[in-house]
Structures are given as C-alpha cells and as structure tokens.
Design a protein around this ligand. Sequence first.
Ligand SMILES: Nc1ncnc2c1ncn2[C@@H]1O[C@H](COP(=O)(O)OP(=O)(O)OP(=O)(O)O)[C@@H](O)[C@H]1O
Length: 261
Amino acid sequence: MQTQAAKHHSNERAPDVHLTDGTLSFQGEPLFTGLQLTLPAAQTTCLLGPSGIGKSSLLRLLAGLGDAAMGNVRDSDGASLEGRLSYMAQQDLLLPWLTTLQNVCLGHRLRYGKGGKDTRTAEMRALELLRAVGLADAAGKRPAALSGGMRQRAALARTLFENQPFVLMDEPFSAVDAITRLELQELAANLLKGRTVLLVTHDPLEALRLGDSILIMSGRPATLESFPIPAEPAPRNPRSVDILAAQSALLNRLLLARDRP
Ligand SMILES: Nc1ncnc2c1ncn2[C@@H]1O[C@H](COP(=O)(O)OP(=O)(O)OP(=O)(O)O)[C@@H](O)[C@H]1O
C-alpha cells in the first residue's frame, strides 16, 4: 500500500490549532465548559475517552459544524481554519448515487462542477488513492455494493484526496479487520505527514502507533489530560515491547477515565 498521491506539499508545514472556551450543553447538561485545546503543528494528536463523553462533538466544534457548540478555533496565526480542513466523520457520508471514484472526487466536483477544471487529473489522483487503500476494483461501484470496511476505506481516500493542512478523523479505521487496519494506519501516517491532525479512536494500540501526543477526555463537564507516548517516532511498531507495555498502562488510564464522575 504505497502511493505518491495526495502527498502534502513538501515544504509546507501546517500550523498549530488552538481552541479556547469550547463549550457545549445538551438539555441543560454541559458536555464541556471553557475547554482549551492545542493541536501541535504538523503532528498527530490522538483523542480517546469513554463512549458518549463528547469526542465527536469536540471534533465537530473544531470543524465548525453546527450543534450548539461554541468556542474560538484559530491557527497559530490567528486565522480561521475554514476552507483548509478535511473532516472524516464516523459515518462514511458517501453519496449513494455516485460511484466510489466520484465520491472520492466529490470535493473537486463541488468546487469546479461536474466535468469542470482538471477533472481527469483529479480522477487519476483519486484512482491512485483508491489503489492505495485497496479499492481500485471498486472504483466504478456505488456505495451500496461495498462492505462497511470498504466504505470506510473509500471515505479515508476522500479525506486524503482533499490534501488539506488540517485533518480531523473520527474513528477512521474502526470497521476494518486488524491486518487491514495496521496497513491503513501506516498509509495514513505517511500521507498525513506535515499536517496537523486530530484522530479520535477507541483503540489504544492505534493511538500508541500513530500519536505524536495522546489526550484522554473524561468527566462531566469533560476535561482533557495527556498520556505519555513512547520515545520512538510514529508510526510505531505495534509488536514492540514498549508499545505493548504502554498499551496496558493506557488501558488502565481509560478504565479510570470511564469511572470518573
Ligand atoms: N445533537 C445532539 N442532541 C442531543 N444530544 C447529543 C447530540 N449530539 C450528541 N449528543 C450527546 O452528547 C454526548 C456526547 O456525544 P459524542 O458523540 O460527542 O460522544 P463520543 O465521545 O464521540 O461517543 P462515541 O465514542 O460513542 O462515539 C452523548 O451523550 C450524546 O448523546
């Protein structure tokens, strides 16, 4: 699974992202209040925490998407992230009437219209990404003909196709088998280099493989705490003794996080 597609422009380095005063309540109950978060420049931050604690809501807030969330999201130059951010939701959000290839190119189509500027080049790049995620044979199929894991890989290809400096991913590899997951993690780590990434996962091993830093969200209203990562750079070897030891420690921290009021 190697590709040159969607490589971030080599001399570009995405800046930090800063959230201040992140606040969100549902039915009068605060999920988080005055939350502060910094995503370090050109690094992958992995976010873990109990189900329902507010991880996806935090991602949507950073993406500038609806709900009732409030907060100030800026890069280190004080600029908004609008138009420079790629968001992979938990649901794959593939359009059922488009083929897999057309779904990957959706952003291009929305920007330039059907058959618009450089469509052929965009399709070639999309095909290369589909090849990289193991879906070249499904390029002409519609989402209904794909398995859950295939749809998730198509959504990953679409996210990488966007080639943005800021990337938010919500459990991007949850629907694929363990071996494919390891391969996709490796691919994503290579293609996401140089970008500022926040990745939500329930998989401690995934966080320890991919994270330049790891955050645990817990409590109500929720707070964020960091978890120490192994010294070697990501993507780390999932079979190394250090990673396996860290996995056990991280599981213990997640147990404590789940039981926190
Ligand atoms: N639009 C909404 N209206 C009402 N409640 C909502 C809405 N969106 C989220 N919630 C509630 O907010 C809480 C946090 O949801 P969120 O999806 O952010 O959690 P999460 O940590 O991502 O969970 P999971 O790990 O299960 O995906 C949940 O209790 C959920 O029911």
